[in-house]
Design a protein around this ligand. Sequence first.
Ligand code: CP
Ligand code: NVA
Length: 307
Amino acid sequence: MRHFLDTIDLQRKELARVMELATQRQEVLGWPLADYGVALIFEKPSNRTRQSMEMAVVQLGGHPIFTRGEEVGFDVRETVEDITRIMAGYHAMIAARVFDHSVLERMASLNDVPIINMLSDKSHPLQSLADILTMREEFGSLKGKTVAWIGDYNNVARSLAEGCALEGAHIRLGCPSGYGASDDELARISALGAASISQSTSASQAADGAHAVHTDVFVSMGQESETERRLRDFAEFQVDDTVMAAAATDAIFMHCLPAHRGVEVTSEVIDGPASRVVRQAHNRMHAARGLLAFLCEVNDITKGDTK
Ligand code: CP
Ligand code: NVA
């Protein structure tokens, strides 16, 4: 059974297939999820992920059921395994946003239904699909393009780096000391096929000549107690006009959102002509639809099957 816990759960050709499915019309995709439910469980807040996943399920003919994490209570009300086994009888797939990535791994290890990561402490692979879709729309192909990540090498960054490596892009990380990728992580991303990967502790150096400049919040959900220290440590990593000036002339700015204007990015940049954040957010739905259609394909889920 195929799950989607990380971007690298897709091989290079499969990522291309997801991108193809993301751009296909409903007439081509059909209704593979007709008569099926898809469970969407959220231990943390969400706007884009919930809305885009619900609509993607609907567009494939299925019925999404949103559930708050505390309602099911992973390992509190009942075990992760019991919750998964029961829901697998109602749904074609289960998607979850969790604090602890190992919860997703436990769900997937049962191999009852495909499990989808809607963000964990480790990764945010659905976001990376939308990011790649958006950059492909801009550049045609990511091969040989330079993608800069400024800020925290966090869940979003890790998934983006995996996706950019599969696409053959150059990756430039600009992170404060202590918040970057380890040497092992740099080697892992390189081995996935990145044209190159380098890391510095300078935002402008990372952005130098980049075709796309990405950032994210400095304080992720669950890290609120570290806010004061993080805001101090990331003070020099705001994406502003100076950082964007170091990038290629027609460089685009991207952010998974939600954003904090005046913290990780200035209003001038995120609301300026280089910004693609709205398109990027809208692409969450198209990318999610492509991924769900792909999981139906590879797991032989087709309209009319009974469980
Ligand atoms: N980018 C993203 O995942 O947004 P939400 O947290 O609103 O889902
Ligand atoms: N890194 C952020 C992404 C939010 C979509 C977080 O984990 O809160």
